[in-house]
Design a protein around this ligand. Sequence first.
Ligand code: SAM
Length: 211
Amino acid sequence: MNGEIQQYIEQLIPKRSELFSRIESYAEENDVPIMESAGIEALLQILRIQQPKRILEVGTAIGYSALRMADAIPHTKVVTIERDEERYTKAEENFQLANKTDNIHLIKGDALEVEDQVKKLAPYDAIFIDAAKGQYKRFFEMYSNYLSDDGIIITDNVLFKGLVCEPNIENKRIRSLVKKINEFNEWLMSHPDYHTVILPVGDGVAISKKR
Ligand SMILES: C[S@@+](CC[C@H](N)C(=O)[O-])C[C@H]1O[C@@H](n2cnc3c(N)ncnc32)[C@H](O)[C@@H]1O
């Protein structure tokens, strides 16, 4: 999206609570990627409308989005997966600080290897995918099996800073990642079992609803 419009929207978003602001600062200072502010507001608004009883998040980082979801929908249970030891520990600490350990179930491990734990807590009314971008299709295929019939799947970073429509990317690693995201987007948009819309908000958010 046009950078000026993005900035305009962002400066209109009200200030977050002290704990959320502290986590945002920690993320910035320590290079922890957390969802962009306009993107998370869009995600939370969709969840407020949907009122999911249970949410699965793939990619906790330090717990920012899990806490924002648990705060926005107080009756919901968030199950969230993180493989990085340090971020997992920080997320645990943040959930304790926020007094949300009853609402958030944190799973340590690679999302592609903890299916059994995730399955035990299924079904999920909403699934939020925000982990390794090259694996989005695998996360979607694996965990869509545990989505309730009227569930939704929200995927972040599908526009990857606008690089998805950049024809000449010099960096080989980024070029290969962009190729994977483009393939995922095409696969998702023509998926026979889901209606999907891509919102050009934050880093690009795809909302998929079972047909
Ligand atoms: C963009 S961050 C998540 C941000 C978080 N959702 C938020 O907005 O606060 C992505 C996280 O996913 C984790 N991750 C990446 N691939 C993963 C995988 N296969 N299994 C579990 N965690 C993974 C990374 O370690 C990283 O902390």
